[in-house]
Design a binder for this molecule. Structure first.
Ligand code: ADP
Ligand code: MG
Length: 211
């Protein structure tokens, strides 16, 4: 995973988020406070604006600067969570490198672990972690097995979609939706949806990028 790929991924994520505006917006309006789309759009757009500053830097420095920027620009619960994801990824990439599926899987897993710790949440609490945790597990397992890249991307997309859909019938125990109790049942979590959209966009980009 090189800097050029990370910058192209940021563009792909921005495009994908904009394409899902009304869906993400209305999900957070139903069981949150309606600002999730605005929060992630702001994050994606400030990162795009950093393109020149980031383009000559090594991948770990790029991820670290992205995380720090997100921390200072996205509000809400999701800002510090996404920020910690990038900063933990940066740390792992700095220590272990970022070339090949195994290294990328380890960095992604470290990012997800950092969200778990910061948000004090786990699978089954109707949050973005219902997408991120299963995706991290699949990525780790498939890269360890030496699965073919295209197979890994397809499996990640499927896992992300299942994770997103699984939040529909959950009661939330973290975040604003937790105040709604049973009334949150029947609604997909906005953060799970946006995370699935972002992961899908990065997989599609990776699938058309030579290894
Ligand atoms: P806020 O909840 O402050 O309005 P956002 O709307 O930007 O912030 O983000 C809400 C999303 O953040 C939720 O849909 C959920 O996926 C995620 N989230 C909230 N709390 C947590 C937590 N403790 N751990 C993991 N994810 C969380
Ligand atoms: Mg919100």
């Amino acid at each position: 995973m090189q800097t050029e790929f990370i910058l192209r991924a940021a563009e792909a994520v921005n495009t994908a988020i904009l394409a899902h505006e009304s869906e993400i917006e209305s999900l957070d309006r139903e069981i949150g406070d309606g600002d999730h789309f605005i929060n992630i759009r702001r994050g994606a757009s400030v990162i795009l604006g950093m393109r020149e500053e980031l383009s000559g830097l090594p991948p770990d420095a790029v991820l670290q600067r992205m995380g720090m920027k997100l921390l200072s620009t996205i509000g809400g619960a999701s800002g510090p969570l996404f920020a910690s994801f990038f900063m933990a990824m940066a740390k792992t990439v700095k220590e272990q490198g970022s070339d090949g599926p195994g290294k990328i899987a380890a960095a992604f897993a470290a990012g997800v672990e950092s969200i778990k710790q910061r948000g004090k949440a786990d699978v089954g609490e109707k949050t973005m972690l219902d997408v991120l945790i299963p995706v991290a597990q699949v990525l780790m397992q498939m890269s360890a097995e030496g699965a073919e890249r295209q197979v890994i991307f397809a499996e990640i997309k499927k896992t992300a979609e299942q994770g997103m859909l699984s939040t529909r019938n959950m009661v939330a125990t973290k975040g604003r939706a937790a105040f709604l109790g049973e009334r949150a049942i029947g609604h997909i979590d906005a953060g799970a949806k946006s995370t699935q959209v972002m992961i899908t966009a990065v997989c599609d980009l990776a699938a058309e990028t030579p290894a």
